[in-house]
Design a protein around this ligand. Structure first.
Ligand code: ZN
Length: 264
């Protein structure tokens, strides 16, 4: 038996045992990271981002971010997230949700969101990545394939060798690690789950395809729009969100109706 074969067979047995179900889908995915470590990873990455960024003090925009966030948090199928929603004062067009429900929106993305409803679409999408554990699965794959790590404990999280992979894998900006776009499969799963969350939270899901059409024309205010490079607003994406409208409108019909809410 060659060592490669031994490694592969060990890895496949291990991977089978490390499979987990993705809430709200029929899919299973790889995850080597226990839930407690996953949340700790999200907390630490969030602290690191907030320490480098300027938090917005705009009371009106903060109030909108909190209410959109809380309304979506109330409909997602997880109960162990410690939600936090922060508005960061920055020209960057960016938004993310880390494991454990740590959400940030950058003020640079607000013009493209245009309305509270647009924010709900992106909020739903980002929260869906965290609920479906896309980031933590990507970190798991990286730790296994690049470093041969089959288990992840608190010491791994503190080791600087793994930090760029963890930060990049969780979907944070290139300034924090190697920025990796999510796969197309992950992206369309996040679009689908996110649109449902927005509709159940009371935001008109028709804003989904409209937002992506607007976003495709946004320029990023001179800085390279990072979220745009990892979230191509192409015709397929818009078509998929249009194809989901009947299902999403049926959910919206049973929800409170905020429409597209306040203008940002
Ligand atoms: Zn995404």
């Amino acid at each position: 038996m060659t060592s490669t074969f031994r490694y592969v067979s060990f890895a496949s047995v291990f991977l089978l045992s490390a499979c987990m179900s993705i809430p709200g889908t029929n899919r299973k995915g790889l995850n080597l990271i226990p839930r407690a470590q996953e949340k700790q990873m999200g907390d630490e990455a969030y602290k690191e981002v907030l320490a480098k960024e300027k938090v917005s003090t705009d009371a009106r925009l903060n109030a909108i971010l909190q209410r959109v966030g809380q309304r979506i948090a109330a409909v997602v199928p997880v109960s162990d997230f410690d939600w936090q929603f922060t508005l960061i004062e920055s020209k960057d067009m960016n938004a993310f949700c880390l494991p454990g429900g740590k959400v940030a929106f950058y003020t640079g993305i607000l013009p493209a969101l245009e309305t509270e409803g647009g924010m709900a679409i992106v909020m739903g999408h980002e929260i869906a990545h965290a609920v479906a554990r896309h980031g933590v699965q990507r970190v798991s794959q990286g730790l296994l394939l690049q470093f041969g790590l089959a288990t992840v404990d608190a010491t791994v999280l503190k080791d600087n060798r793994y930090k760029p992979l963890i930060m990049g894998g969780l979907g944070l900006g290139a300034q924090f690690g190697v920025m990796l776009p999510f796969s197309r499969g992950n992206e369309s799963e996040a679009d689908e789950l996110g649109l449902r969350y927005a509709a159940q939270a009371g935001y008109d899901p028709a804003e989904g395809p409209r937002f992506w059409q607007r976003f495709s024309k946004a320029t990023g205010g001179g800085k390279p729009p990072e979220w745009m490079s990892t979230h191509p607003a192409d015709a397929n994406r818009v078509a998929q969100l249009q194809a989901m409208q009947a299902e999403a409108q049926a959910l919206y019909a049973k929800s409170p109706k905020y429409g597209v809410g306040e203008k940002l």
